[in-house]
Write a protein that binds this ligand. Sequence first.
Ligand code: NAP
Length: 342
Amino acid sequence: MKYSAASDRYKNNMIYRRCGKSGIDLPAISLGLWHNFGGVDSYETGRAVLRRAFDRGITHFDLANNYGPPRGSAEETFGRMMAGDFAPYRDEMIITTKAGWSMWEGPYGSITGSRKHLIASLDQSLARMGLDYVDIFYSHRVDPRTPLEETVRALADIHRQGKALYIGISSYSPALTCEVASLLESERVALLVHQPNYSMFNRWVENGLLATLERLQTGCVAFSPLAQGLLSSKYLNGIPVEARASREKISRNPISPELIDRVRALNDIATRRGQTLAQMAIAWVLRDPRVTSALIGARNVEQLDDSLCALDLLNFSQEDLRDIDRYATDAETDFWESSTSL
Ligand code: NAP
């Protein structure tokens, strides 16, 4: 059936937050297409999720060249949905993509931050999505073997060509983030946003990155706030067959009994607050005003609806925060730390 966006999409409870020092507001909850939108997934389910997201005020959709599987297929799926449903709404949307992880065969398609890779990859992404430009283009990861100047100059040129309206980086350390911001500034381009992993089970951004972004006046889009679904009640009694952890390795594997004990304790706190654990996990990353948006995934419309209700209860008492801190400990190393040893 032909899609027409809900007329009350901006009249519900979505909150929009300013992204750093820029003219752009992002929804407090954004939708990522890393999972559930690949060529192997149900097109109809993905389309229902995207339609619902837009109808509920989500204007920010996050992709990358390699999302699928197979790689590239999430952008193809999204392109099909853009052409079929969302073309009339293009100017209401912030669409992002990234390059930096392994994408195509040979030396120019593997993990790299080279000018060759970034420029070719964005051209491929635009073709797959049927777009003239993306709103934000990200360097997806640090590549310690490519001079940072080369990566940043390519990003600035992409910006100047109008193929990306804004520039972002993902999973860069605080020191490298400062270097990127300064190199971009010399090209008269702002660093709009950083996209780090941030959840109750991965708090690395609290060790300097959030302070750095505040100083640089750069926005922060926190990805995987549910720790890939672990911060929900679904794993409390084993691994359901439809859950992500039964299909692939999630970052907290193996899911140990000790980890589940912590999830259970957090779930009890969420119940006491009157929300689901997924909702509390999203609200928790948004408690920090330096976080512009929580970038979630959703396998179906029910999950999306559940997660969006996080916005109904964003406040935390001191007691809640103290109790959460007992179980929400930082035990994870982020990508940038491991990638610098490549
Ligand atoms: P997430 O929100 O932490 O996890 C999403 C998963 O949690 C869903 O696929 C679903 O998994 C489960 N879920 C979602 N809502 C739920 C709910 N209300 N109740 C119970 N379970 C729920 O985020 P993510 O998918 O890992 O990542 C989100 C986005 O961040 C990606 O799509 C991508 O755009 C971005 N990202 C960026 C990077 C980067 O390097 N920059 C890396 C990773 C992700 P089940 O199938 O298990 O139900």
